[in-house]
Design a binder for this molecule. Sequence first.
Ligand code: COA
Length: 378
Amino acid sequence: MEEKVVNVKPGLEGVVADTTTISKVMPEINSLVYRGYPVQDLAETCNFEEVAYLLWNGELPTMAKLNAFVAKERSMRSISDDLKAVIKKFPKNAHPMDTIRTGVSFLGMEDERVWNNDPETNMDKSIRLMAAIPTIIAADYRARNEKDIIDARDDLSFSENFFYMCFGEIPKQEIVKAFDVSLILYAEHGFNASTFTGRVITSTTSDIYSAVCGAIGALKGPLHGGANEQVMHVLKEIDDPAIAKKWMLKALEDKRKVMGFGHRVYRKGDSRVPTMKKYANLLADLLGETKWRDISQVLEDTMVEKKGIHPNLDFPAGPAYYLMGFDIDMFTPIFVMARITGWTAHIMEQTAHNRIIRPLCQYIGPGERKIIPLAERA
Ligand code: COA
């Protein structure tokens, strides 16, 4: 007998799965707040380290608390020689999201406290992950490009240190600020797919490294974090503002999903886009490279006019990272550098009020039947 399908929510659309005190997405007014603070205000006023502290502790730090936090983060940036040796052996054509996932797994294997999920230990591990993930990404970038790995420095800010480990130098402060802003905007976003994945894994009382590995796997997909890479591939494919409108009209005619547009929660625009767009445009002016901005604007105007679908954060972030000099396949790993703060805030929140996440599904397969012995099956 066929069962009637009732109350199924594909993609869990509209389902409120739990409460959180970390962030609130308000699509009706295009707003996102972290612990009560609008994200665009945080991006303009604070640095990424302050925002990480806020996400984990619920309050912005005093100067003394920030100094102590920053000192701790800086002291945890180095990775072991064993991990460096493994990174050097990764297949050269592996996607950096796969290498960062394996790198995080390795950090977990090196941590003797892996099974300890008490609040202090998990906070410590979260800071360690925030500090070490950029080092893994940069080391992998250098190794893939046949360059010597550059060790982390403890006299640089989080963002400056990442540029230094990748390129051996620190760019102009405007570029560092644009990067820092992108990290703040990417840091946290409610029960998005990767965060929810991390919470599901945490809910089994598994360890934080396993939860983060799962989250990285979820973020890799082009419908989620992988979109910032795809945006840049599309901009390069178009390459000329004069043909951008035609390209978009054809993509819509072909019913192609255009990366960097649309959002499950925001239907009238992504609250983070105006800030990221502002900084991407500043970069374009600073570096004298306006082609990507011009193509982007035509794509946005055409999409909004024809479909009423707005760009999401990945749309301005992709070309901004390209202008900063990063390889396209590093864009989603950079997203990991930022979102590790939100993921671990949720992992700690889930741990504090845990109930195993175990939804139901409605079976719509064949009714009960008898097994025909193998020899008699047609
Ligand atoms: N390009 C073209 N059309 C799009 C679109 C896009 N990027 N995003 C949504 N649409 C259209 C869908 O085709 C659908 O149209 P239809 O009703 O005529 O079938 C409608 O808008 C609703 O989209 P849907 O796919 O049901 O929304 P969703 O909530 O399931 O998916 C995303 C949300 C983000 C996965 C989706 O917008 C998408 O794939 N975007 C591109 C990838 C991306 O940028 N991801 C980063 C998200 S931050």
